[in-house]
Design a protein around this ligand. Structure first.
Ligand SMILES: Cc1cc2nc3c(=O)[nH]c(=O)nc-3n(C[C@H](O)[C@H](O)[C@H](O)COP(=O)(O)OP(=O)(O)OC[C@H]3O[C@@H](n4cnc5c(N)ncnc54)[C@H](O)[C@@H]3O)c2cc1C
Length: 610
């Protein structure tokens, strides 16, 4: 395989559908060109094939080791990341003033998709580093940006995000890491604190891949009596470097943050995952124990600021899930074209004297391939659409344009994260099924895709937490304005379909409109109950129905564009769109049925019955 992502599909998504070239007219992107975008995509494909794909299996079989002093990774990881940095990929979307390439986010994500498809675990390090640098660039002081964001854009430092604690995963209001203010105003790197506590599950928390590791840590500042204030409003955010950095950028003493142990995971094994201990006293920076941290923003703004990175990460997680689904689909498709097994039944039954046919000719295998295609390519399209909204936010000429992009992005983020995590995992399961017994062995890559993808419904806010965010917050925010905005976009697609010359596209606008109406109706019914507990007990079914409705919209929009533009991608788009409307969209009504009737089952069932 010489293309990790089908270039014809990518060109269709980027240039026909998302009109990425329109961005070139904006001053932010005038240094770029279509030829430059294409060269970057080709370079990403080449590098991912040459340096990321070859050790995907090896890093799964040889997970990181900790000997009590150092963490060791297979050497291919560092070689690949050094090449990634040298190729300019670390700072793809970062501002030129920070040393980045200032590419549109949609091109950055399309490039990054190649690395995810090749090796999701090694891609984890730059994924975290770019997100960390972006948060500091947006919210840090000028000195913090110079000391901590610029070296990450240059690939000299790597980054992490430290939210979770052993006793506080989904419920961040219960974190107990504390940050005690040190005396001194106007310190060069901002207000200085000493942090103590444990952070669990920290990806990229310890390694020797870079000169330094920049931890972004959520912690609470204790009350004068030493107790910790409750709630998320008491959370602040701190930059805690593994090695201290002077205001001149020089590396100094070791900070008091140490590795307490590694977690041994089902998948994503090449991304080292750690339990970190802050302020244990193993190191004594400036003469005493306690991890030195520099506050970003004001006290109490920590979670709001961290959402900058979490929202980017959620779209990134969705993209990673999509690409794992996509890699499995491509492998299964190739296998199905080559594996002879069975014969088709003719009018007179099966003729054993005839040669066997490739399994891709059997209806059930075609069903599984179409499902994988619809899930994976649809998820890729959705995540590129979200990245295009990020670009729109940066360049919109007026408040109305910014508001539109922000509302759509806010509403779609839980879908962009959760839908690929669920359905591209299902795609990976189907890829195993297409390979039969071979798919269940470690000799073929599809089982690793599934194991790797299984993480994505768990981290960056579990599936259940995404559902609560969607139903409990996003669809009711600003009196339902976000949902109204999305419904308008969907109606516009239906109008385009109705006006298009394609009879099939015309016909599909009706089931899409029905699904949109059903989602709106369920939203009203749930919130009319007057009981948030009852309404939110339906959040996950609602999320699934909402997600499938969004993807039906994406597929119809793709179909209309493919037909209008006479695109070479039209054959595949038509097939996936047909599949989605005939086999997937009908589930929406069933998923919404308990919500419409406000079934109290999930809250009324007694605990002893579970
Ligand atoms: C491999 C890996 C990498 C990770 N990387 C990082 C990282 O780099 N940085 C970081 O900070 N964290 C990281 N995490 C942590 C991750 O974000 C948490 O695992 C996740 O937030 C869930 O927390 P938990 O594991 O404590 O599960 P819990 O919060 O205990 O949840 C367990 C189950 O209960 C459900 N649940 C919990 N609360 C509610 C509720 N109120 N309503 C409904 N259902 C609920 C959840 O949906 C879930 O199904 C990582 C985790 C893993 C496994």
């Amino acid at each position: 395989m010489n293309e990790l992502v089908d270039r014809r599909l990518l060109d269709f998504l980027l240039y026909d559908w998302l009109r990425t070239e329109d961005l070139l007219a904006h001053p932010r992107y005038t240094e770029h060109s279509r030829a430059g975008f294409d060269a970057m995509l080709e370079a990403a494909n080449r590098l991912a094939l040459a340096q990321f794909a070859p050790h995907n299996r090896k890093s799964d079989l040889n997970e990181p080791q900790f000997d009590g002093e150092r963490v060791t990774l297979i050497p291919e990881v560092k070689r690949a990341l050094d090449a990634f940095v040298a190729g300019g990929f670390m700072g793809m979307a970062a501002d030129a003033a920070l040393g980045g390439l200032q590419l549109p986010s949609v091109i950055e994500k399309a490039c990054f998709a190649h690395f995810c498809a090749a090796n999701i675990a090694t891609s984890g390090y730059p994924f975290l580093t770019a997100g960390n640098a972006s948060l500091i660039a947006a919210h840090g002081s000028a000195a913090q940006v110079e000391a901590f964001a610029r070296p990450q854009v240059a690939g000299r430092f790597f980054g992490t995000m430290c939210l979770s604690e052993p006793q506080a995963g989904s419920s961040l209001s219960d974190i107990v890491t504390r940050a005690v203010r040190e005396p001194g105003d106007d310190l060069p790197l901002g207000p200085r604190y000493r942090l103590s506590g444990s952070k669990m599950w920290i990806s990229g928390g310890e390694h020797e891949l870079a000169e330094n590791i920049v931890h972004l840590v959520l912690a609470k500042v204790p009350n004068p009596d030493g107790t910790l204030p409750p709630g998320t409003r008491a959370i602040s955010i701190f930059i805690v470097p593994r090695v201290l950095v002077g205001a001149d950028g020089a590396l100094g003493a070791r900070n008091d943050v140490v590795l307490a142990g590694l977690n041994h995971k089902l998948g994503y094994r090449g991304t080292v995952n750690t339990l970190l201990s802050f302020g244990e006293g193993r190191f004594t920076p400036d003469g005493r124990g306690g991890a030195i941290g520099y506050r970003i923003g004001a006290e109490g703004q920590g979670l709001a600021i961290m959402f900058h990175m979490m929202n980017e990460a959620r779209i990134g997680v969705g993209l990673g899930a999509a690409m794992l689904g996509y890699a499995g689909y491509r492998y299964a498709r190739q296998y199905a074209r080559e594996r002879p097994q069975g014969r088709p039944a003719g009018a007179a039954g099966k003729d054993s004297s005839q040669p066997q046919v490739p399994i891709a000719r059997h209806a059930d295998v075609r069903r599984m391939l179409l499902a994988q295609k619809a899930y994976a390519e649809g998820a890729l399209a959705l995540n590129l659409y979200c990245a295009r909204l990020v670009d729109e936010l940066k360049i919109a000429p007026d408040d109305a344009g910014r508001l539109r992009a922000q509302q759509l992005l806010d509403l779609l983020t839980p879908i962009a994260k959760s839908w690929p995590s669920q359905w591209c995992l299902e795609a990976n399961s189907l890829a195993i099924q297409v390979l039969g017994g071979y798919g269940y062995t470690r000799e073929y890559p599809v089982e690793q895709h599934w194991r790797d993808n299984r993480l994505n419904m768990i981290h960056e806010g579990t599936h259940g937490i995404q559902a609560l965010d969607l139903l409990g917050r996003k669809v009711v925010q600003d009196g339902g304005a976000l949902l109204h905005r999305l419904a308008q976009e969907m109606a516009a697609t239906c109008d385009r379909a109705a006006a298009s010359g394609d009879a099939e596209a015309k016909a599909l606008s009706e089931p899409l409109q029905r699904a949109v109406d059903a989602v709106k109706e369920a939203t009203r019914a749930l919130w009319a109950s007057g009981s948030p507990a009852l309404a939110l007990s339906h959040a996950t079914g609602y999320l699934q129905a909402f997600g499938h409705t969004v993807l039906a919209w994406i597929w119809l929009d793709l179909l209309v564009t493919a037909c209008d533009r006479g695109s070479a991608a039209a054959v595949g788009v038509t097939a996936a769109c047909r599949y989605f409307y005939s086999h997937e969209l009908p589930h929406v009504a069933a998923w919404l049925a308990p919500a419409r009737t406000r079934d109290p089952l999930l809250i009324d069932t007694p605990e002893e019955a579970l």
